[in-house]
Write a protein of this length. Structure first.
Length: 230
């Protein structure tokens, strides 16, 4: 158990507050509080300040004034050292990345890179969160897709490029949209036509335009930008 986790448990117990109640007041789960108290998670400054407020004690200040336990423990009679067998632990079992992700979740957003059907995550790209937004958009509504073919090559968008998509259902005339129709998903440049209809060039060799009723096509998101590898 870490010193800060032990202090949180001590003050919480004094106030008669359960982990569930403390978590609810701080906007986290009961298991999150228990993990902090046991030392399995790292508590960031913002959450520590919130816990201090709920418990009515400045945890940072009280810990700074409190001497480490090693300094106040009574001296005991020295005993012969005994050999302890250490069992090797796989790195994955002690990997702290999840803890760091939780601590950095307010300032860094990992945007997944998926196939066009969004069934497989192929990687992640990290972005700074500025004023609760990434690239001016809500962080949780962004996703990358890998361009699956060369049907948009006339727009210099080719297979293997990555398109950053803002997931919403609003149709913007003349914009590239991730759409779904006939059971498949495609990235196409959409044009509004008369009535409740839309049109795009399918990207086949004949280059014929496709016209559909808006009710037959599902708008999944809008293309913000395209990234390529040289």
């Amino acid at each position: 158990m870490s010193r800060v986790g032990e202090k949180i448990r001590e003050e919480r117990t004094k106030k008669g507050i359960t982990p569930k109640q403390l978590g609810k007041k701080c906007g986290v789960t009961e298991s999150f509080i228990l993990d902090i108290e046991s030392g399995r998670r790292i508590v960031n400054e913002k959450l520590l300040a919130q816990i201090s407020k709920v418990l009515g004690v400045n945890l940072e200040e009280s810990m700074a004034l409190e001497p480490p336990k090693e300094e106040v423990q009574e001296r005991v009679e020295e005993k012969p050292l005994r050999t302890i067998e250490i069992t090797p632990v796989r790195r994955k079992e002690i990997e702290p990345l999840d803890q760091w992700e939780d601590a950095l979740s307010n300032i860094i957003k990992r945007v997944p890179v998926c196939d066009v059907e969004m069934k497989e995550i192929k990687g992640y790209k990290s972005f700074p969160i500025i004023e609760k937004k990434v690239e001016g958009f809500h962080p949780d509504k962004l996703i990358y897709i890998e361009i699956p073919d060369d049907t948009l090559s006339q727009y210099r968008i080719r297979k293997g490029d990555r398109g950053l998509i803002y997931m919403n259902h609003e149709l913007v005339n003349g914009a590239f949209h991730l759409i779904e129709y006939d059971g498949k998903r495609r990235l196409r440049k959409i044009k509004k036509v008369e009535g409740n209809r839309m049109q795009w060039v399918e990207g086949t060799q004949d280059g014929k335009a496709v016209t559909k009723d808006t009710k037959d096509v599902k708008i999944l998101g809008k293309l913000i930008r395209v990234e390529i590898d040289f």
